[in-house]
Design a binder for this molecule. Structure first.
Ligand code: PLP
Length: 424
C-alpha cells in the first residue's frame, strides 16, 4: 500500500486516471519518478497555459525571492501588486476598452465565483441567479448551487443549494430551439415560477461540462436579455480565459462586455493560486473587508502574473500563435472523429479547448487510458465523462502538439480495430 492509499482521502480524482508519481515538469512535458516522459494535455486543468516552470516566469519569481520581496501581504499595497495592476491596466484592460475594478478574492476560482454572486445579489437586492445546464463554477456551497453536475452537487451532503435557477445553455436542445426566447418568456411571465434574477452566470465554453461552446449570437442574445430584464451578466472566465480560447478573454470575439468577470487558473501563469473578480466600477459597493480572505495577497502569484501579462500579452504575437495551434487542433480532431465515424466521435469546443465527444463515457475512458499508456496525460469532461478534452499548455510547440495528436489518433485506431479493449 502506498502512502497515498494509506493517508490521502478518497476524494482524489485525477490521480485515479494517472496512477504514477510525478516528479518533474517542463513546458508541455511531465516526468514521473521512473523518468518516463508524458506530454501534458491536462496542464493543471487549464492552470498552466504558459507551460510548466516557464523559464521567463521562473526567473522573475526567483529574482523576487532572492530580493526578499513580500510573499504574503493580505490586501495591503505592495510593489508586486502595484506592478500587477499597472500591467493589467496597460496590456489587458486599456487595449480592449474595458473599464473594471479588480477585487482580489481568496485564491481559488470558487472563491471568485462566490464573490461575484454575492456582489451581484447585493447590488440588485435580489437573490436569484440564472446559471446553465452543464455549467461548472466550483464546489463551495454558493458556487455549487450554480454548478449543474449531479455528482458534484451530491457532495453537499443534502443541504439545499438555493437561489439559483438552471436554464438551458446555447444549443442544449439542438440548433432548432431558441433558448434565449425560452428564458425571456420564463422571466417575463409573472406566473412562470421564475423570480426576477439579479444576474446571469455563464461560461462561454463549458470546460467541465463537456466543451460546449456557446454561439456568439447566443452570447449577444444573453447580453441583450440582461439589459432588458435588469440583470447583471457574469462571465466565469476561470477556465476559458487567459488565452485558452485564442484571445485573453473568451468573450472578446462575441463582442460582449460582461458586468462582472471571474478569473483564476492561468492568471498567475505559474500554477500559483490567484483569483480575481473584475466588475464595472459602479458595482463595487463592498464595505471594507466584507468579502475577506487571508490569502488574497499571494504576491508570488502577482509577480508571475505580471511577467506573464507583459511577456505574452503586450502585442498580438502570442495570440496569433495560439489561434494557429487551435486551427491545427480543429483539423486533427475532425480527422480523428472522421476515422472513428460520427456515431462514435464528434469534434467539439473552441480555441485550445477542443476535444472529442465520444458516444459514451466508456469509450472516452478507453481513449484516455490508452493515451496514458502511450505517453499522453489527457482527461475527460462532460455529464457522462464522455468528452476527451485537450487543455494543453498554449506554449506547446507544433511538433509536440502533433505528437500528442498522433497518440490520440493511435489510441482511437487501436480501440476501433479492437486491438485495445479494456480500460483498467
Ligand atoms: N469556474 C470554472 C469555469 C472552472 O472551470 C472552475 C474549475 O475547474 C472553477 C470555477 C472553480 O475553480 P477552483 O477549482 O480553482 O476553485
Amino acid at each position: 500500500m502506498t502512502i497515498f492509499d494509506q493517508l490521502e482521502s478518497e476524494v482524489q480524482s485525477y490521480a485515479r486516471s494517472f496512477p504514477v508519481t510525478f516528479d518533474k515538469a517542463q513546458g508541455a512535458k511531465l516526468y514521473d519518478t521512473e523518468g518516463r516522459e508524458y506530454i501534458d494535455f491536462l496542464a493543471g486543468a487549464g492552470t498552466l497555459n504558459y507551460g510548466h516552470n516557464n523559464p521567463v516566469l521562473k526567473e522573475a519569481l526567483i529574482d523576487y525571492l532572492q530580493a526578499d520581496g513580500i510573499a504574503h501581504g493580505l490586501d495591503m499595497h505592495t510593489r508586486a501588486k502595484q506592478e500587477l495592476l499597472e500591467a493589467f491596466d496597460q496590456c489587458i484592460l486599456k487595449p480592449r476598452d474595458l473599464e473594471y475594478v479588480l477585487q482580489f478574492t481568496g485564491p481559488t476560482g470558487t472563491n471568485a465565483v462566490e464573490a461575484a454572486m454575492k456582489i451581484a445579489r447585493k447590488v440588485k437586492g435580489r437573490s436569484e441567479i440564472l446559471a446553465f445546464t452543464n455549467g461548472f463554477h466550483g464546489c463551495s456551497l454558493g458556487a455549487l448551487a450554480a454548478t449543474g453536475n449531479r455528482h458534484h452537487r451530491g457532495g453537499s451532503g443534502g443541504v439545499s443549494l438555493p437561489d439559483v435557477t438552471h436554464m438551458p445553455y446555447s444549443n442544449y436542445f439542438g440548433n432548432d430551439v431558441d433558448t434565449i426566447a425560452m428564458i425571456d418568456q420564463l422571466i417575463e411571465d409573472p406566473s412562470s415560477g421564475v423570480d426576477q434574477p439579479a444576474a446571469v452566470l455563464l461560461e462561454t465554453v463549458q470546460g467541465e461540462g463537456g466543451l460546449n461552446a456557446a454561439s456568439f449570437d447566443w452570447l449577444q442574445g444573453i447580453e441583450k436579455l440582461c439589459k432588458k430584464h435588469d440583470m447583471l451578466l457574469i462571465v466565469d472566465d476561470i477556465q476559458a480565459g487567459c488565452g485558452r480560447t485564442g484571445t485573453f478573454f473568451s468573450f472578446e470575439p462575441a463582442g460582449i462586455k460582461p458586468d462582472i468577470v471571474t478569473l483564476s487558473k492561468s492568471l498567475s501563469g505559474f500554477g500559483l493560486p490567484f483569483a480575481l473578480v473584475m466588475m464595472r466600477p459602479e458595482l463595487d459597493i463592498w464595505e471594507p473587508g466584507e468579502h475577506n480572505g487571508t490569502f488574497r495577497g499571494n504576491n508570488h502569484a502577482f509577480v508571475t502574473a505580471t511577467k506573464a501579462i507583459r511577456h505574452f500579452w503586450s502585442d498580438d504575437k502570442f495570440q496569433n500563435e495560439v489561434q494557429e495551434k487551435a486551427a491545427l487542433l480543429k483539423k486533427r480532431f475532425q480527422e480523428i472523429a472522421n476515422m472513428a465515424g460520427p456515431a462514435n466521435m464528434q469534434p467539439k469546443g473552441r480555441g485550445m479547448m477542443q476535444g472529442l465527444s465520444c458516444k459514451d463515457g466508456d469509450l472516452a475512458k478507453l481513449v484516455i487510458t490508452r493515451c496514458f499508456e502511450l505517453g499522453l496525460v489527457i482527461e475527460t469532461s462532460g455529464a457522462y465523462d464522455q468528452v476527451v478534452k485537450c487543455l494543453c499548455p498554449l506554449t506547446i510547440t507544433k511538433d509536440e502538439l502533433n505528437k500528442a495528436l498522433d497518440i490520440i489518433e493511435q489510441s482511437v485506431k487501436d480501440i476501433m480495430t479492437k486491438r485495445y479493449q479494456k480500460a483498467s
